[in-house]
Design a protein around this ligand. Structure first.
Ligand code: HEC
Length: 151
């Protein structure tokens, strides 16, 4: 008696399960149809110019981390003054170099200054903006000229 009744409830459940699945399937088909229609409408109404703009827009750039780059690359020579590298914060070493102008300094950072200063200060993956930021960090660390009022 008992096993039979048990079996009956199982089949009943299975049947209702199948029915539910059928309903779900129909709903899914309707939903995907709706999505397809909406999708078609979208792509045909999209302005090709605006989608091109999205493709060619530059990636969102964060401000380059000059200090981080200095600590990773430039530091190895410029902290101790290896091979005559102008030291961080050493005004005397930097003054004649700064006198050349920022363009020359940046050129020597990007192209290097043989034999001591390697191109890009060994940060080969750095962009010019990142190199400029690390150069700025080194120059910012110098005591300001206004501190020593001379001439
Ligand atoms: C392998 C060692 C080394 C590394 C790494 C290095 N430098 Fe130098 N750098 C030097 C040396 C040596 C000089 C001096 C070159 C000379 O006067 O001939 C120098 C000179 C410079 C100068 C002065 C250029 C000029 O026109 O007088 C700047 C600016 C500079 N480095 C920036 C950087 C920056 C920025 C980094 C990191 C991104 C860096 N360096 C990494 C060794 C290094």
């Amino acid at each position: 008696m008992r096993p039979k009744a048990f079996g009956a409830t199982i089949t009943a459940r299975r049947e209702s399960g199948i029915e539910n699945k059928g309903k779900t399937l129909r709903i899914l088909i309707l939903m995907s149809l709706a999505l397809l229609i909406a999708g078609c409408g979208d792509s045909s109404s999209t302005d090709p110019a605006s989608s091109n703009a999205a493709l060619t827009a530059p990636p969102v750039s964060t401000a380059p981390d000059g200090e981080g780059i200095y600590n990773k690359f430039c530091f190895s020579c410029h902290a101790a003054g290896v091979a005559g590298a102008p030291k961080l914060g050493d005004v005397e070493a930097w003054a004649p170099r700064i006198a050349q102008g920022m363009d020359v300094l940046m050129k020597h950072v990007v192209e290097g200054m043989p034999p001591g200063m390697p191109a890009k200060g060994l940060c080969n993956q750095c962009s010019n903006e990142e190199l400029a930021a690390s150069l700025d960090y080194m120059l910012d660390s110098l005591p300001k000229a206004s501190d020593e009022s001379e001439g």
